[in-house]
Design a protein around this ligand. Structure first.
Ligand code: AMP
Length: 145
C-alpha cells in the first residue's frame, strides 16, 4: 500500500493555519476540526511548518498562558518531514516511529496534497491484514474439502 491509496479514501483536504495566526486561533482550529495537528502554510500556499498539540503543551509548560497571543511560527516545527503519494506505508511508519511524530504532509511538486496520520496508517495496515487473513482462511477451507 502506498500513500496514494490512503489519500484516495480519506481525501486530500488539509486543515491549515498561517504562521502569523496566534496560538489562540490555532487552538480554535484544532478544537473545531477535532484534530491534533495542522500544517502551517504561508500566504503563497508554501509549506512553512507543522504544529501539533505537543508544541502547545511544551510552550505553555515553558512560558505559561502568555503564548496564546504569540504567533504560530514561534512554536511550530519548521523542519518538516514530508512524503509523496508514491511513498510506501511501511516506509512512512518507519519515518514516523524514528522521528517520534504522528503526522506527515503529502507533497506533490512542492504543493500540499494531503496529510497522513499514524491512525490512518494503522487503520489501513489492519484492513490489509484482515483481507490477507480472510483469503488465507478461505484457501485453507477450499484445500481441506
Ligand atoms: P505529533 O506526534 O505529530 O503530535 O508531533 C510531535 C512533534 O513533532 C511536534 O513538535 C511536531 O511539531 C513535530 N512534528 C509533527 N509532524 C512532523 C513532521 N512531519 N516533520 C517534522 N516534525 C513533525
Amino acid at each position: 500500500m502506498h500513500v496514494s491509496d490512503l489519500i484516495r479514501t480519506k481525501g486530500a483536504d488539509v486543515v491549515t493555519v498561517s504562521p502569523e495566526d496566534d496560538v489562540r486561533t490555532l487552538l480554535a482550529v484544532l478544537a473545531e476540526h477535532h484534530i491534533g495537528a495542522t500544517v502551517v502554510v504561508d500566504a503563497d500556499g508554501a509549506l512553512a511548518g507543522i504544529v501539533s498539540e505537543r508544541d502547545i503543551v511544551r510552550a505553555i509548560a515553558r512560558r505559561g498562558a502568555a503564548i496564546l497571543s504569540d504567533a504560530v511560527s514561534t512554536i511550530m516545527t519548521a523542519d518538516v518531514k514530508t512524503c509523496t503519494p508514491q511513498t510506501h506505508l511501511e516506509e512512512l511508519s518507519r519515518v514516523m516511529t524514528d522521528g517520534r511524530f504522528r503526522h506527515v504532509p503529502v507533497m506533490v511538486d512542492d504543493r500540499l496534497a494531503g496529510l497522513v496520520s499514524i491512525g490512518d496508517v494503522v487503520k489501513s495496515r489492519i484492513t490489509e491484514l484482515e483481507v490477507e487473513r480472510d483469503s488465507l482462511s478461505s484457501y485453507i477451507r477450499t484445500a481441506s474439502t
